[in-house]
Design a protein around this ligand. Structure first.
Ligand SMILES: [Zn+2]
Length: 344
């Protein structure tokens, strides 16, 4: 088995191997009427579904490649079910890789980005700085851990990885359903009525307990904000400082990370936080607990916001590691990349 399928993090689960390869193949060959041979083989020789009518438009919509059975692909879910029934955790590399023309684009040098190269297309769409695109193209070609880390981030709750910035709003009327009140625990709740989504609240408690063990108390100061509340905040800022400055300081309603129920402002909510013990501790350790600084210093052009040392977003441990390991800790860049990946 090659290194590709057995990283130093242990064997790659079967479903990821199949999912990864099927994504690549679907995206690189979805105009073909025949399904990839290896997928037919994985599906136990299952015949492909009816072909699409001639001339039917190819959709480029997100998730299209996750819906097998559209005539281009064998039933992937069934293939996985059949294979998991065999009790085997791995598939011979030549079975998976032998037909996998989709591997080639990722192994290609970054200079060949462009049409026909999945990663190249995504990087081109991502809007990332040229230098970073080149670096990522190269890194992904040299180290398959990049794609494995990416796939870890694509699992689970899509709102953890959802790009919410000046130009990418939340769905109309979005309101999280699992908000819980922050009543304090290892952290200090700065005022009553603070709330986060359950998983973020639990991650906050875990992080705060670790900080407390080092004699540091984290203070939660501002948390979930509803669309309606953000209208008030934004309008007040516009009244007090004018629209240009208000846009630097606060999000327009519908465009705020706080509306996700996953973002939290800590401590004083001003620049002095960076130099407090809590601020320094978080800058160093927040990522280990799945929290990511949203608006780092020097990246206003990318994020649209001035440096906010106090504003963190819970993204989960996989994505936090992905951001730190591959995007230099810049959440905005990683989310732009994932957005392009899921929408290309
Ligand atoms: Zn904030």
């Amino acid at each position: 088995m090659g290194i590709f399928l057995n990283s130093n993090r242990g064997p790659w689960p079967l479903f990821k191997q199949v999912f990864f390869l099927s994504c690549l193949l679907c995206l690189s060959s979805c105009t073909k009427s025949e399904p990839p041979a290896f997928l037919v083989e994985l599906a136990g020789g299952k015949a492909p579904g009816p072909s699409k009518p001639a001339g039917s438009p190819e959709t480029g919509s997100p998730g299209a490649h996750e819906e097998p059975g559209d005539g281009d692909m064998p039933d992937l879910a069934e293939a996985i079910a059949r294979l998991s029934g065999t009790g085997g955790d791995t598939v011979p590399a030549d079975v998976l890789l032998g037909e996998a023309g989709g591997i080639a684009p990722l192994s290609a040098p970054a200079e060949t980005t462009g049409e026909g190269n999945l990663l190249g297309r995504v990087l081109d769409l991502s809007g990332l700085p040229r230098e970073l695109r080149d670096k990522l193209g190269k890194a992904a070609a040299e180290d398959p851990a990049f794609v494995m880390d990416l796939l870890d981030c694509l699992e689970g709750d899509p709102f953890l990885r959802r790009l919410v910035d000046k130009t990418h709003p939340l769905p109309d009327g979005y309101e999280p359903r699992d908000l819980v009140e922050l009543s304090g625990g290892s952290y200090h709740a700065g005022r009553p009525g603070l709330a986060l989504r359950r998983q973020a609240a639990e991650a906050l408690e875990e992080m705060a307990a670790a900080a407390r063990a080092e004699g540091i108390t984290l203070t939660a100061s501002s948390s979930y904000r509803s669309y309606r509340y953000q209208v008030e905040v934004y309008n007040r800022n516009v009244r007090e400082m004018g629209r240009a400055l208000a846009d630097r300081e606060s999000a327009r309603p519908g465009y705020s990370q706080h509306q996700t129920g996953l973002a939290l402002d800590f401590g004083s909510i001003d620049d002095s936080f960076a130099e407090t013990r809590a601020g320094r501790w978080m800058a160093e350790h927040a990522g280990s607990f799945g929290w990511s600084l949203s608006y780092p210093q020097g990246y206003e052009e990318a994020t649209g916001y001035r440096w906010e040392s106090w504003h963190y977003r819970y993204v989960g441990k996989d994505l936090a590691a992905f951001i730190d390991n591959w995007f230099g800790g810049i959440q905005q860049y990683a989310l732009q990349f994932i957005h392009a990946w899921e929408n290309q």
